[in-house]
Structures are given as C-alpha cells and as structure tokens.
Design a protein around this ligand. Structure first.
Ligand code: SF4
Length: 232
C-alpha cells in the first residue's frame, strides 16, 4: 500500500510518515487527554499478573477478576502457596485459565527464586519469565517502570496502524518494528494508549465512525474517501 513503511521506502517517505504520525498523535492527545493503561494495578507485579490475564480477554473482565485476586494474592509467594486448581478457579472467567495459571505460577517461581520477589525491569529478564512475551514486557516496562522499550501492539493498535497506513504488516513484532521507526520515542507508551482509546470509541473493528474521526484527514482507509466501510 502506498506510503507504508517497507524496505523500498525512501528516506523522504519515512520523513513524511514521521510527520504524519506526529500530527496524528497531537490530535489524538487532544481527543483523549486521559488515555492510559486500562488494566487496574498498584505496582509492577500486579500489572504483570493483569497483563498475563489479559491475553484473549477484555481489560474490563480482567479488572473484575483482579479486584478480588489482588485482595487475596499480594506477592509472588502467595501464588505459589495455593494449588493450581485453586488459582484456576480464581481466574477462570478470563479464559485459557489453565495456561494462565501455569504462566502465573511459573513467573511467581522465577521472581521468588531469582529476583527476591521483585519484577525485573529489563526486556531480556522479563522475556525469560514463563508466559511473558514482548507485548507483556512492553506493557510492564512502559507503564510500571517508565521505560520506553517499544510499542505495545494489541488488536486495536494492529487495526488502526494498518488503517492509518502506518504499516502493511500483520504480525505484531513486524508492526512494532515499523512503528518504532516513525513514532517519536517519547511517545512510544502513550501512542498505544491513544490508538486503543480511539479504537474502542471511534475506529471500531466494524462500522468505524470515519465521519466523526479526528484523524480522518490522515487516513487512507476512511470510507469518506474510499466509499468502502473498513472492516466490512
Ligand atoms: S477515518 Fe475511519 S478508518 Fe480511519 S482512523 Fe478514522 S475511524 Fe478509523
């Protein structure tokens, strides 16, 4: 697709994409001044657990579950003190609860044995935790430690980045690689929150409200330009 980052893009194309992204970010910041991580947490460990639970689950559902979970479990040892069956029951409604239980108890074991019960703050260390992939690590580093390690790519970021012509990739890691090239580093964390807020409220998967979209003039997928509803 024209104007999207790929190996053949010239430096000029890249510069114009960077400029376009800066304008999009400015408009979205104005539209969503309160955009932030929507997983409730009060420390890095709780955010790590909530992010593991958020796989294939809505943040709203995770917040309902963690409201009780974080009252019962405070530190990694607490998750190791119960049977897998008990933890499975506590997180059941987030889906994939057996795998998530394995990830949480495996992570709790590593944190206890290797990090004194604390969450490590580097990408390499986080990626060694069971069930923690790059997206989870980016969420924890960006939102709990203020470390701009990359751009979180979830379903909303994927959809909007593609619709806005910022990437033509489909895989999260490749999309992230494209975004890192064109999003200013200072905005790596907020960029995801802004796209997620816009994706939930306006640029929905089906029937996006292009006629009410603050970044419509920068969007090659707008049905006002193409006559075709994105996602249809
Ligand atoms: S113009 Fe439409 S497709 Fe493009 S970002 Fe806005 S809502 Fe999404």
């Amino acid at each position: 697709m024209k104007g999207q980052p790929n190996k053949k893009n010239s430096a000029g194309d890249r510069e114009s994409l960077k400029e376009k992204v800066r304008k999009i970010i400015r408009l979205l910041k104005r539209a969503y001044p309160d955009a932030k991580c929507s997983l409730n947490h009060s420390n890095a460990f709780e955010l790590l657990i909530a992010t593991i639970l958020s796989a294939q689950c809505t943040d709203e559902r995770v917040n309902i579950v963690t409201a009780d979970l974080f009252r019962k479990y405070h530190k990694p040892e607490d998750y190791l003190a119960v049977s897998p069956r008990e933890l499975e029951k506590d997180i059941r409604t987030t889906g994939f609860f057996r795998n998530k239980t394995k990830s949480i108890q495996g992570t709790a074991r590593v944190l206890t044995d290797s990090y004194g019960g604390q969450v490590p703050s580097t990408m390499d260390q986080l990626l060694e935790l069971p069930g923690v992939a790059r997206k989870t690590a980016n969420v924890v580093l960006g939102n709990a430690f203020g470390v701009k390690s990359g751009v979180v790519v979830d379903t909303h970021v994927t959809r909007l980045s593609r619709r806005l012509g910022l990437t033509s990739e489909k895989q999260a890691e490749k999309i992230e690689r494209d975004l890192i090239e064109i999003v200013p580093r200072r905005d790596w964390v907020i960029f995801s929150h802004l796209l997620i807020a816009h994706g939930r409220r306006v640029c929905r998967a089906r029937n996006p409200a292009c006629d009410a979209c603050v970044v419509e003039k920068f969007c090659p997928s707008s049905f006002l330009k193409t006559g075709v509803m994105p996602g249809s």
